[in-house]
Design a protein around this ligand. Structure first.
Ligand SMILES: Nc1nc2c(ncn2[C@@H]2O[C@H](COP(=O)(O)OP(=O)(O)OP(=O)(O)O)[C@@H](O)[C@H]2O)c(=O)[nH]1
Length: 542
């Protein structure tokens, strides 16, 4: 099979069409399915992230509020008289600290000048030092309680969160400042941020927008580091400006993340629950992989199964085309093709068979027209020649003789002239019918001209002359019987020339001899017959 034939093949085209459909379906599924799943996952994962961030933010808020309340209570209950008695103040702080050590790096009291007058637990160098320059001290000194900036503590060297509250006398005058300091790494403080994991690679961040730094993070290296500059992470920028909610963004390290942002009311901070989209949307990639693998499977099915199936479906068509080819080349006779199935191929084969039948009928009709006279339906000159050939051959083989009776009507022209051509046609048909009635089945009556008929008689029994003479008389009698044409009685006659042959002559010779004899009969006065006398010469002439 040549490449061209393969490329033109219906099977090849159907298979390619099937593959194209599979690929189109796969591409559609690859993009649409992935899009829908990603959208759905975004909604689901965002809701989960928000719930997680919400829980963590509430936890952080609770711990901050708890500390602030404790600090406020301590400030209210601290007797101002102790401010003048550092040792007692120190003992008072120790007692409170031991009762509730949430301020892991201690409680500190500074006088109005910023000098630390008591602290517990004691840290080297803390007592006696000045924190006058600290904004947290200054805020509390001015009468406002508040949460300070997360920072590295100057005495502990650890990341800490200071909280300050003013100590006032009965008139409301600030007498000192009480500061509680919590190490950010204190257990059960921000550890849900530091240790919390979302999925395999996600986690939490705690951001202070006021201070533009990370308060806590899953990555310890980020703690107290400044937040990214504006423009680096669009979602972070929005969060810094007050946005709370979820979205997909690319972080400072270039990783795409799905992040949910929830505020911590007591501090103005916000918690970020983040999960890289590569992990959040991993089902999308799995679905894509699945679609691609299934597409290959589908293509394999189209190639192997559909390929065989289509070949099987079209095999009858292929077979029918082969048979039709062979019929065209004459290798097998024209005959109906087998109808294998009642499908389109079967329908096509049936239509072909009907066309073939119609062609065969037309061919048979043409054949008949080529060998018969249209007016009378009798064999014409061509068929007569063929029959003569066969008759002569048989006579020679069987040592019998044949006779050719050349009949020319007498008085036919006047019928035409008087009654018209139509009546003449009717007369010719009636004569043909009458003559057909007197001949044997094996003889041939032909019409070879206007009013000329030839009767070929084979297998003559001896004496042949007597037999043909009887036949000629019978023909003369039957033709001469009156005719009724156009309600007019008419009479015709016939002159007959007869030639006999033993089979050694050719058809033309015997026809010429019979024709000549017919002219003799005409000359003799019409209505009779003449048997060619030069039968010997007919016999002998080659
Ligand atoms: N109606 C009809 N006439 C035909 C047909 N073929 C030939 N003829 C006519 O038949 C006539 C034959 O002429 P003739 O042989 O002279 O007729 P006739 O009167 O029998 O004369 P003789 O044969 O000499 O006895 C002519 O007028 C032809 O035109 C035909 O198919 N139908």
């Amino acid at each position: 099979m040549t490449l061209r034939r393969i490329s033109n093949s219906l099977v090849t085209r159907l298979i390619l069409f099937g593959i194209a459909l599979v690929i189109a379906g796969a591409v559609g599924r690859y993009f649409l399915l992935a899009k829908f799943i990603r959208e759905d996952l975004t909604a689901v994962v965002s809701a989960q992230q928000l719930a997680l961030a919400e829980a963590v933010a509430r936890d952080v808020d609770y711990k901050i509020v708890d500390r602030r309340r404790l600090l406020d209570r301590l400030a209210m209950t601290l007797p101002t008289a102790l401010l003048q008695q550092p040792e007692k103040l120190q003992a008072w702080l120790a007692e409170r600290y031991q009762l509730n050590p949430v301020f892991s790096l201690g409680l500190v009291v500074a006088d109005t000048d910023g000098k630390i007058i008591a602290d517990f637990p004691r840290l080297a160098g803390r007592r006696g030092s000045s924190i006058a320059q600290s904004p947290d001290f200054q805020r509390a000194r001015s009468g406002k309680a508040g949460i300070g900036k997360p920072q590295i503590g100057p005495f502990s060297g650890q990341a800490v969160l200071p909280m300050g509250v003013p100590l006032t006398d009965s008139r409301g005058t600030v007498q000192a400042v009480l500061i509680g300091i919590t190490a950010l790494a204190t257990p059960d403080f921000l550890d849900r941020i530091a240790q919390g994991r979302i999925g395999e690679t996600g986690g939490f961040l705690l951001v202070s927008p006021r201070d533009r730094l990370f308060v806590a993070a899953g990555d310890p290296g980020l703690v107290l580091k400044p937040t990214p500059a504006d423009g680096v992470n669009p979602l972070h920028d929005r969060a810094m400006n007050g946005f709370r909610g979820s979205g997909v963004t690319t972080n400072a390290k270039g990783v795409e993340e799905l992040s949910a942002i929830v505020g911590v009311p007591s501090t103005g901070w916000f918690v970020v629950a983040r999960l890289p989209t590569a992990e959040a949307f991993s089902p999308v990639e799995r679905v894509r992989g699945l679609v691609i693998r299934h597409s290959f499977t589908a293509i394999a099915i189209v190639l192997f199964v559909a390929g065989f199936f289509i070949r099987w479906m079209l095999r009858p068509l292929h077979h029918a085309a082969n048979l039709a080819d062979r019929m065209t080349h004459g290798e097998i006779p024209l005959e109906p093709l087998p109808i294998v199935r009642n499908d389109e191929v079967g329908h096509f084969t049936q239509a072909f068979n009907q066309l073939l039948a119609k062609l065969s009928n037309s061919q048979a009709e043409l054949e008949r027209m080529a060998h018969h006279d249209a007016l009378t339906g009798l064999p014409n000159r061509t068929l007569l020649a063929d029959r003569m050939q066969q008759g002569l051959a048989r006579a020679q083989r069987n040592h019998t003789r044949i006779a050719l009776l050349f009949l020319d009507l007498d008085g036919f022209k006047p019928i035409n002239d008087r009654l018209g051509h139509g009546a003449g046609d009717l007369a010719l048909q009636e004569i043909a019918r009458r003559l057909s009635g007197v001949i044997r089945q094996c003889d041939t009556l032909a019409r070879i001209g206007g009013d000329e008929f030839v009767l070929l008689v084979t297998d003559l029994a001896d004496p042949a002359e007597e037999g043909v003479a009887r036949l000629a008389k019978k023909c003369i009698a039957i033709v001469s019987a009156p005719l009724q044409l156009e309600n007019t009685a008419c009479t015709l006659g016939v002159s007959i020339g007869i030639a006999l042959s033993d089979g050694s002559t050719n058809p033309d010779q015997i026809l010429i001899a019979a024709d000549k004899a017919m002219y003799e009969a005409k000359k003799n006065g019409r209505g009779g017959y003449v048997i060619a006398t030069d039968a010997a010469s007919l016999t002998n002439r080659g």
